[in-house]
Design a protein around this ligand. Structure first.
Ligand code: ADE
Length: 418
């Protein structure tokens, strides 16, 4: 370590996407290592719209590991953080910045402390898998800072120990979390099925049903889900999995949509079949699904797939831009914003979908005609204010380093939040 100056701070900043499970993980076989009872598959969301940015710094002047999440200091004493820090430190290597005269040798890392600042560009309480993007970004940025040589697959097994779904955020596109067989979890890793360019016609619309702070019930659910009499032991069967993976490879939207919706519905049925029952979806989630089902049926072939995780949000995957435009018109017809809501903050992300739908302001929403699949005799139902906002996005890339200093969340002189 450079002895002449104890003032230096060395930093790395990375950006990591979040992901949505399209084939869910239904339970854990090891609570501490976070090992799943089945393989799961996700689509990575475009970090331009939903991502975590994390800066990690090391300095001989730091006297303890510290972390700030969205500007507030949080404790790193939890097992999940400690697992990630320990596993990354154990793989650290020599690091040298010749220009600044900094040299850290492998064994120094045992005694050096880190500062971590992380920022989610979406509300943590919105139920949008912030811990997936968060732990993936923590592990990825620490690995780069400490010159860890392992590939993203190996890093995914470390991120998994922070949050199960985090392992899938180490890659873009469609990603499989292989459950693995080893007791130590070494083969429970993420693998990329296809990258984000493979199926780039897909458009994803997230209906954020409630941004109220939700109770963290997911870990508890994942223990009890195995007690359900409905749990499908054939969920992981190779035929089912292969046809799903083939549907992705072949961009076969009807098969993809049918299996995605069925997996989500079965997951929620199993949740309701646990004791006590768990209701993640609410009436609004059911109404959104009803709207998609009705339109898909009227078209004769699926235009949009839906899935919901451990919360009431509905994630809709449209087969192409045209389908996304027509879906958004239907959603805005049935779920208009409250009168005091600005349309600009009601539909966020890729606003070009809104433009394609011919909607520029609230008057255009009010003028939307009822979707033709609604029979004249049935009154067109409206549920004003039930949706907090919509996010329009698409499949996105995996983690990247942000080398421009302007992205850093820590001050390069002090290593404290900017
Ligand atoms: N949980 C939610 N957001 C997180 C983040 N950015 N980093 C670590 N844990 C998180």
């Amino acid at each position: 370590m450079a002895e002449e100056s104890q003032k230096w701070v060395l930093m790395v900043t990375a950006q990591t996407p979040t992901n949505i499970a399209v084939i869910k993980y239904w339970g854990k076989r090891d609570e501490n290592l976070i090992l799943a009872i089945n393989d799961s598959i996700s689509v990575t969301l475009d970090p331009a719209h939903l991502c975590t940015t994390t800066t990690v710094a090391v300095s001989p002047a730091f006297n303890q590991d510290r972390m700030w999440l969205n500007g507030k200091e949080i404790s790193l004493s939890g097992g999940r953080y400690q697992n990630c820090l320990r596993e990354i430190r154990a793989r650290a290597n020599d690091v040298e910045d010749e220009k600044r005269g900094i040299k850290i040798v492998k064994k120094d890392w045992e005694n050096l402390h880190v500062h971590i600042a992380s920022y989610n560009n979406f509300p943590t309480a919105a139920g949008l898998a912030s811990s997936a993007a968060g732990f993936a970004c923590l592990v990825y940025s620490l690995a780069k800072l400490m010159n860890v040589q392992e590939d993203n697959g190996k890093l995914s097994a470390i991120a998994r120990q922070g949050s199960g779904s985090a392992c899938r955020s180490l890659y873009g596109g469609f990603v499989k979390w292989v459950m693995g067989k080893e007791e130590n979890g070494s083969d429970s890793v993420a693998v990329q099925l296809v990258d984000e360019k493979h199926w780039d016609e897909l458009v994803i619309i997230i209906a954020v049903v409630s941004s109220r702070q939700m109770k963290q019930v997911a870990p508890q659910m994942l223990e009890t889900v195995e007690t359900s009499a409905l749990i499908d032991t054939g969920k992981g069967s190779s035929t089912k999995r292969i046809s799903y993976e083939e549907a992705i490879q072949n961009r076969d939207f009807p098969t993809f949509a049918q299996l995605t919706c069925a997996d989500s519905n079965q997951f929620h049925a199993v949740c309701m079949d646990t004791s006590p029952p768990i209701f993640y979806m609410n009436d609004t989630s059911h109404r959104v699904i009803g709207c998609v089902e009705k339109w898909n049926r009227s078209e004769g072939t699926p235009q949009v797939a839906y899935t919901s995780d451990a919360g009431p949000n509905a994630v809709l995957i449209a087969r192409n831009r045209k389908a996304a435009t027509l879906m958004l018109q239907r959603l805005l017809f049935h779920f208009p914003p409250n009168s005091d809501t600005d349309l600009n903050s009601y539909v966020i992300g890729d606003k070009s979908i809104l433009k394609d739908a011919g909607i520029q302001d609230i008057k255009d929403v009010e003028a939307l005609p009822p979707p033709p699949e609604i029979k004249d005799k049935v009154p067109a139902q409206k549920y004003k204010g039930e949706i907090s906002y919509f996010i329009c996005t698409r499949p996105g890339r995996g983690p990247v380093l942000l080398t421009d200093d302007s992205h850093a969340l820590l001050n390069p002189e002090t290593g404290l939040p900017k």
